[in-house]
Design a protein around this ligand. Structure first.
Ligand code: ADP
Ligand code: MG
Length: 245
């Protein structure tokens, strides 16, 4: 039996009176890539943020490796080091170099050896083709380059689980592939466990083991990727896929 990394049970979340996530149930096993698809406003980002302890929730449970994720709890910071997250907007620290952006967390929070972390940062930057920018500042980088640095920064913390929320949505088209390729490589070569939210359907097809399809804050279907893209269970998912062509 595969080890369960994440388990979400009967999760309900509201913003004020607005009920945004309804009875969400799903799990992610070790090494699995789950793609979260659904129209804009369906609750994908809210679900990702709630999983990472960035949002509170009203009922239900979220377990990461068997441990309950409760916002504002003391164990949250520790837990979050095991979950890497990359958003749509580049959230690099503008006043730090690329290298310092990457090494800050591992050295300051995880108390790892500075030399070792720096060596690893250079190695990861080489993998994404950006080692020559180690001493540059974020403003000197293109959007695609910043997103690659953001991914490296997340990976430098040695996460056991990655969350990607539309990481290419604000990139120029010619920048998209370079970022997606890094994620594909993480999935296929490193077998990283991840949830990926994307509007890039070819990428979703390429990477997903399973698709969780969300609409209006409800999971309409959870289907193995091959089946979802060839013959989804719900009419709503069919319409969605047609609209993405
Ligand atoms: P998606 O990522 O699928 O586009 P979101 O999770 O961003 O969807 O949004 C789901 C719903 O929650 C939307 O109706 C959105 O307007 C609402 N929402 C998202 N963030 C907030 C917030 N901070 N406060 C109030 N409503 C929000
Ligand atoms: Mg979103």
């Amino acid at each position: 039996m595969a080890e369960t990394i994440l388990k979400v049970e009967n999760l309900n979340k509201s913003y004020g009176k607005k009920h945004v996530l309804h009875d969400i149930n799903f799990q992610v096993d070790k090494g699995e890539v789950v793609t979260l698809l659904g129209p804009s406003g369906s609750g994908k980002s809210t679900l990702i943020r709630t999983i990472n302890g960035l949002e509170d929730y009203q009922s239900g449970s979220i377990y990461f490796q068997g441990e309950k994720i409760i916002p504002n709890e003391k164990n949250l910071q520790q837990l979050r080091q095991k979950i890497g997250m990359v958003f749509q907007s580049y959230d690099l620290f503008p006043n730090l170099t690329v290298l310092a952006n990457i090494t800050l967390g591992p050295v300051k929070v995880q108390k790892r050896d500075s030399k070792e972390v720096t060596d690893e940062a250079h190695r990861l930057l080489k993998v994404v083709g950006l080692d020559e920018y180690a001493d540059s500042y974020p403003r000197q980088l293109s959007g695609g380059q910043k997103q690659r640095v953001a991914i490296v920064r997340a990976l430098a913390l040695h996460p056991e689980f990655m969350l990607f929320d539309e990481v290419t949505a604000s990139l120029d088209p010619e920048m998209v592939r370079g970022v997606l390729d890094i994620i594909v490589d993480l999935a296929k070569t490193d077998h990283m466990t991840m949830i990926v939210v994307t509007h890039e359907m070819n990428f979703a097809k390429q990477i997903a083991d399973r698709v969780v399809f969300l609409e209006n804050g409800k999971i309409l279907e959870q289907t193995p990727s091959d089946q979802f893209f060839s013959n989804p269970t719900t009419d709503r998912a069919k319409q969605f896929l047609d609209s993405m062509d």
